[in-house]
Write a protein that binds this ligand. Sequence first.
Ligand code: PRT
Ligand code: ZN
Length: 301
Amino acid sequence: MQTKQDARIKIAVQKSGRLTEHSMELLVRCGLSYSRGKDRLICYGENMPVDVLLVRDDDIPGLVQENICDLGIAGLNIIEERRLELIERGETKLFEQVSVLDFGQCRLSFGVPEDMPFDGPESLRGTRIATTYPRIVKDYLQRNGIEAKVVEFSGAVEIAPSLGKADLVCDLVSSGETLRAHQMYEALTILESRAALIRTPVEIPPEKAQWMKRLLMRIEGVLQVRESKYIMLHAPRARLKEITALLPGSEAPTIMPLEGRDDKVAVHAVCRENVFWETLEKLKEAGASSMLVLPVEKMLA
Ligand code: PRT
Ligand code: ZN
């Protein structure tokens, strides 16, 4: 028998860490308001049948794989490591990646001691590599036909070389400060990571499907809006074609006359990509003036 609880969508989010705030903010932007359970491990959706389970990021792919949660948000580094582990175990039904999100950016890179020269993947041959991502590293080495020893660490990978436990490391890097503080440099990136949304391999039951569809559509909408800008400018009629071609990711812009000016028109457009200073400078060179770039609040195609 189905209980009311079964009709609620469960989404696994990191309890406390780098992805927590961004993940919750994304859900709030999708319209979710919630109250936090007494144990502070669950956030109950008040206005949507969506509950958030707060867990360690390492547990998220497993919870989604086992269909305990319908959705989960974790770093691609964690997702990929877990995916390789499941394949290794002969698992055939894996969680699915729904979309890559716009936060949690970092790189999984080889960090090499300052006194060790690095001349591409060949330099890894015969070395001992400390990492918390043994499967991703082994997969990389195998694909490149390189034999090396992978030493698995559960944390504080960066101290492995100074302890004599490894020659180099493969770890997450964002500013590079941690590597520098341990007399290492970033030599080669093997995975560009950011947070991603994954879903259960199991078919969503009909009583959840409607809300699931709405939630995924809203997430896509939020991601698109964050990238999108509304741009307004004045353009000389003679260079209109050139100017509209410079607008990043915009569909048919609106062209309007300017009172008392036959040589210029007003151009309004939604750009589906961020509008950077470089673009504005190019537009100015092409004769555009009075440029205004505004954020977009909501968008529904
Ligand atoms: O408790 P729990 O297991 O949930 O959290 P955690 O400590 O395992 O994860 P957390 O919160 O540190 O990171 C969560 C996710 O954020 C990671 O899985 C990545 O997808 C992403 N992320 C983004 C990062 C970084 N940037 C990052 N810089 N994760 C870790 N780091 C660490 C890295 O391991 C290294 O120690 O930061 C250090 C390097 O940073 P820089 O700036 O010195 O280069
Ligand atoms: Zn973790």
